[in-house]
Design a protein. Structure first.
Length: 727
C-alpha cells in the first residue's frame, strides 16, 4: 500500500507527551492500518524522551494483528486537528492529496470483442424506458477551432422511441448505420442523455431530469476512471469518448429543472474538490454525450459499464455526506477501556475543555468575578471556595478600554492578596469587537500555540449575532464556543445578563435573558442574584467591620491580650477599648480605620451563587459580599436565611405594572443596534447593517432614525449626532 505522507504531516501537530498510554497505542495502530511503518511510529514517539524506550515501538507493532473495528487514520486526523492542524479542502473530500488513484491494468479502455449494436442496445436499455423519445446525432459539420479542424454535431433526430430503436438495432446485423444513418468515422456520433418529448431537442423538451453528464479531460483516462470509482458516483452508463475523456452519465433523479440545477451544482462541486475538474458546458439536461458503438478517429466509442457506484442519487448523497462530514465514528458503550474524563478546571463545577456561563443582573460585578476567576486559574487558587487548576488563561475584554482593564486587574489582584507568579493574557478588543462567528476563527488562530486551559469572554452581548430570543439563532451562536473548545482543547467561560423583572421566584437556569439555549447549552451555569440586606443587618455588619479594624490596631500595638472579649463585641466597644489602651496618635489611626471599615461594610452588596451543572452534583448556594473590587465569601453565615426578592405570591394578586414607554423602547433599540454595528467608533453605519442586525424592515429602521433626535440619515448612511445614546 502506498504511504500517505499527509498523516506524517498530521503527526507534527500531536505531542506524544500529552497522550496517555492508550492514546499513544492508538496512533501506532492507526499508522499500521494505513500502511505506515514501525519506524514512522518510533520517529514520532522519540519526541517524548521521558517515556520513549528504544525498540518498544517495534515490539508493540508486532502485536497489532488487526481487528473487525480497526483504529484508522481518522483517529490521527482528529488528534491533529485538536492540535491545530488544518487539512486543506475539507468538506465533501473523499480522496486525500496523496491517495493513490491509479487503475492498474486499465490503460486501454477499448474492448477487443466489438459488437456495436449490442453496445448501443445495452446503453438504451439502461437509460431509457421503451416509450421514451431518444435524441441522437450522426451528422456533423466541420470548422476551425483553436487552430485545428473540429467536428460539431447538428441538431439530429428525436422522433423515435427507445423501444423502436432497440427493436431495429436487434435486427440490423451489427450495422447501426442502417438504423440511425451513416456517421462520419472521423467524428463519431452523439446521443442525448435524457428523454425528450419528440418535438425538439431543447431543455424545455426534456421530459424527465434523470441524468447529467460528468466529463473531464484534465486527467489521464485511467486516473479519471479511478476518481469516478472512488467517488462512488451513481453512474448509469460509463462511455469512453474515443478521445481524451470518459463520459459518465450520472443519476440525478430530479423532480424539476430547479432541483436539477441544484443537484448538478452539488455534484460538480464534489468532483472539483476531489480533483476532477468537470466541463461545465455539460450543465444542461438536453446535453449530448458520446454514443457507444461507433468509431471516432480510429478508436472505439465504447460502453465501459452500466449501473456503477451507488444505486441512486439519494443513496450516493447520503454516503457522500457521511464519508465527508468529518464527524467522529460511532462507538460501543461496552468497550473495555473507557476514555479518561477531562480533569476539573474548577473543582465540583467545570471540567477542562467544557463551557461555563456566569449570569447575573447589571452591577453584580460579573466582570470582577471573571477577572478574579482568571487570576485564580493562573495562580491555581480557590475561587469562591472552589479550587481551580493552575494553567494559562486568556481574558478577552470586549467592554473596557485598555487602561481601565489593566488597572482593574491590578486592583483585583491586590485586593485578593494573590501572588504575582503567573500572569493572565489579556486581549483588549473594545472598539474592535466583531460578531462571534467572525471572532472565533481569529481567536483560534491567535491562541493555537498558547496552551490556554481557559478562555474568558466578557461580555457576550458585544459579539452576539442575531436575535437573542431566537433558539435557532442562539444555538448557532453558542456553537462558536464549541468550536473554540474543540479546536483549542480549553474551557470557554462567558457571562450574560438577566432578563428584566424580579428574578427571585425563578429557577437559576431561567434567569438569563433571551432564549433558553443560554441555560441549556453550557456545561455549567452559575447564576448571581442579589440578596436584599436590611438596614439592621447592614448596620450590624458595619459595626463588626469597625470592631475588626480596632482589633487589628490593638494587635499591632501589642495590646490585644489586655482587652476582654466583651470589649470587642461591637464597633463602639472596640473603639472605646482603643481609646483606653492606645496613645493619642495610634487611637486616631484606629478611629480612622474603623470608620473606613464601617463605611465599606455598609456599602457592600450581598449576592448568592446557584449552579446548574452537567458534570457534577448540585452544590449548596454560595453567599457572597461584593466589597469593591472583589467578592468575598460570607464566612459568618448571616446571608444564609435571606431570600432574594421575588414577585408577590398569587394570593396577593398581581400588581399593576407601570405603563410601558414604547417610544423609549424604540429609541433604546436604535441606540443598541447602532453601538453594535459601529465597531470602530466612526459615528456612522450603513442602513443595511442596522436592518440586518435588528432583524427589522428597512422602513422600520428609517422610522426609528427619523424619530430619534440623535441621528440623521442620508444616502443609506446613518450618522450619530453628538451626545446620542449616552444617557
Amino acid at each position: 500500500m502506498e504511504k500517505k505522507t499527509d498523516l506524517l504531516e498530521a503527526l507534527r501537530f500531536i505531542d506524544p507527551a500529552a497522550l496517555d498510554y492508550q492514546g499513544w497505542v492508538n496512533v501506532g495502530m492507526a499508522l499500521k492500518e494505513e500502511g505506515y511503518s514501525a519506524g514512522d511510529w518510533e520517529d514520532w514517539s522519540r519526541r517524548d524522551p521521558a517515556r520513549y524506550h528504544p525498540g518498544e515501538c517495534v515490539k508493540k507493532w508486532k502485536s497489532f494483528k488487526g481487528s473487525e473495528h480497526p483504529v484508522t487514520a481518522g483517529t490521527i486526523v482528529h488528534m491533529a486537528r485538536s492540535g491545530g492542524w488544518q487539512p486543506e479542502g475539507t468538506g465533501g473530500r473523499i480522496l486525500g492529496w496523496d491517495d493513490p488513484i491509479c487503475a492498474e491494468g486499465w490503460k486501454r479502455p477499448e474492448p477487443e470483442d466489438w459488437d456495436p449494436a449490442r453496445q448501443l442496445i445495452r446503453y438504451l436499455e439502461t437509460l431509457f424506458d421503451a416509450s421514451d423519445y431518444v435524441g441522437y446525432v450522426t451528422r456533423c459539420f466541420e470548422k476551425e477551432a483553436d487552430g485545428e479542424r473540429e467536428y460539431f454535431p447538428q441538431r439530429g433526430c428525436f422522433d423515435r422511441t427507445a423501444g423502436k430503436l432497440i427493436e431495429e438495432l436487434s435486427k440490423c446485423g451489427g450495422d447501426i448505420g442502417a438504423v440511425l444513418g451513416d456517421y462520419n468515422p472521423a467524428a463519431g456520433a452523439w446521443i442525448r442523455i435524457n428523454p425528450l418529448d419528440g418535438k425538439n431537442v431543447k431543455d424545455e423538451n426534456v421530459t424527465d431530469y434523470r441524468f447529467t453528464l460528468v466529463e473531464s479531460d484534465t486527467l489521464p483516462i485511467e486516473t479519471q476512471r479511478a476518481v469516478l470509482e472512488k467517488l462512488e458516483l451513481p453512474i448509469a452508463a460509463l462511455v469512453y469518448s474515443g478521445g481524451k475523456s470518459l463520459h459518465a452519465v450520472v443519476r440525478i433523479e430530479a423532480e424539476s429543472y430547479e432541483e436539477y440545477r441544484r443537484r448538478v451544482d452539488y455534484l460538480y462541486e464534489i468532483c472539483k474538490k476531489n480533483g476532477l475538474e468537470v466541463d461545465r458546458q455539460n450543465y444542461n439536461p438536453s446535453r449530448l454525450s458520446r454514443m457507444p458503438g461507433v468509431m471516432r478517429k480510429g478508436r472505439k466509442q465504447c460502453l465501459l459499464g452500466v449501473n456503477l457506484g451507488k444505486a441512486s442519487w439519494a443513496e450516493w448523497k447520503d454516503w457522500m455526506e457521511t464519508a465527508g462530514d468529518e464527524l467522529p465514528a460511532m462507538e460501543d458503550e461496552l468497550q473495555t477501556e473507557l476514555p479518561e474524563l477531562a480533569p476539573a478546571l474548577i473543582t465540583g463545577i467545570l471540567r477542562q475543555g467544557h463551557k461555563m456561563l456566569l449570569a447575573g443582573p447589571s452591577k453584580a460585578g460579573k466582570s470582577y468575578a471573571l477577572i478574579e476567576l482568571s487570576i485564580c486559574i493562573a495562580e491555581g487558587l480557590s475561587w469562591f471556595g472552589f479550587q481551580c487548576a493552575q494553567g494559562k488563561a486568556l481574558y478577552v475584554n470586549l467592554e473596557l478600554d485598555r487602561a481601565s482593564c489593566l488597572h482593574r486587574f491590578r486592583d483585583v489582584r491586590q485586593a485578593m492578596g494573590a501572588p504575582s507568579l503567573h500572569s493572565v493574557d489579556i486581549w483588549n478588543l473594545r472598539g474592535h469587537s466583531i460578531p462571534m462567528d467572525k471572532l472565533a476563527p481569529k481567536l483560534i488562530r491567535r491562541a493555537m500555540k498558547k496552551n490556554y486551559i481557559a478562555i474568558v469572554i466578557d461580555p457576550i452581548y458585544k459579539v452576539i449575532t442575531g436575535d437573542e430570543n431566537s433558539a435557532d439563532q442562539m444555538a448557532k451562536f453558542c456553537n462558536q464556543f464549541d468550536k473554540v473548545c474543540t479546536e483549542l482543547g480549553c474551557a470557554v467561560i462567558y457571562c450574560h445578563h438577566h432578563s428584566k423583572g424580579s428574578q427571585g421566584s425563578k429557577r437559576s437556569m431561567d434567569r438569563a435573558s433571551g432564549s433558553g439555549v443560554f441555560a441549556r447549552d453550557p456545561d455549567a451555569l452559575l447564576d448571581l442574584i442579589e440578596l436584599p440586606v436590611s438596614d439592621a443587618l447592614r448596620k450590624q455588619e458595619g459595626s463588626n467591620a469597625a470592631a475588626r479594624a480596632c482589633m487589628e490596631a490593638l494587635r499591632m500595638a501589642g495590646k490585644l491580650g489586655e482587652v476582654g472579649q466583651d470589649d470587642l463585641c461591637s464597633g463602639r466597644a472596640a473603639l472605646e477599648a482603643c481609646r483606653t489602651e492606645l496613645d493619642a496618635s495610634a487611637y486616631r489611626e484606629a478611629q480612622e480605620a474603623a470608620e473606613a471599615a464601617e463605611r465599606a461594610a455598609e456599602a457592600r452588596t450581598a449576592w448568592r451563587i446557584e449552579g446548574t451543572l452537567r458534570e457534577f452534583p448540585k452544590f449548596p448556594p454560595v453567599n457572597l459580599w461584593f466589597e469593591f473590587p472583589v467578592h468575598r465569601n460570607d464566612e459568618s453565615g448571616v446571608l444564609a436565611d435571606i431570600d432574594p426578592e421575588s414577585e408577590p405570591p398569587p394570593w396577593q394578586g398581581k400588581q399593576k405594572a407601570p405603563p410601558r414607554d414604547r417610544k423609549k423602547d424604540r429609541l433604546d433599540a436604535l441606540d443598541n443596534a447602532f453601538a453594535a454595528c459601529d465597531l470602530e467608533g466612526a459615528g456612522e453605519v450603513s442602513q443595511t447593517a442596522l436592518v440586518q442586525y435588528s432583524g427589522k424592515t428597512k422602513k422600520t429602521v428609517q422610522n426609528w432614525v427619523d424619530e430619534h433626535p440623535g441621528y440623521v440619515r442620508e444616502n443609506g448612511i446613518i450618522r450619530k449626532l453628538n451626545g446620542a445614546g449616552e444617557g
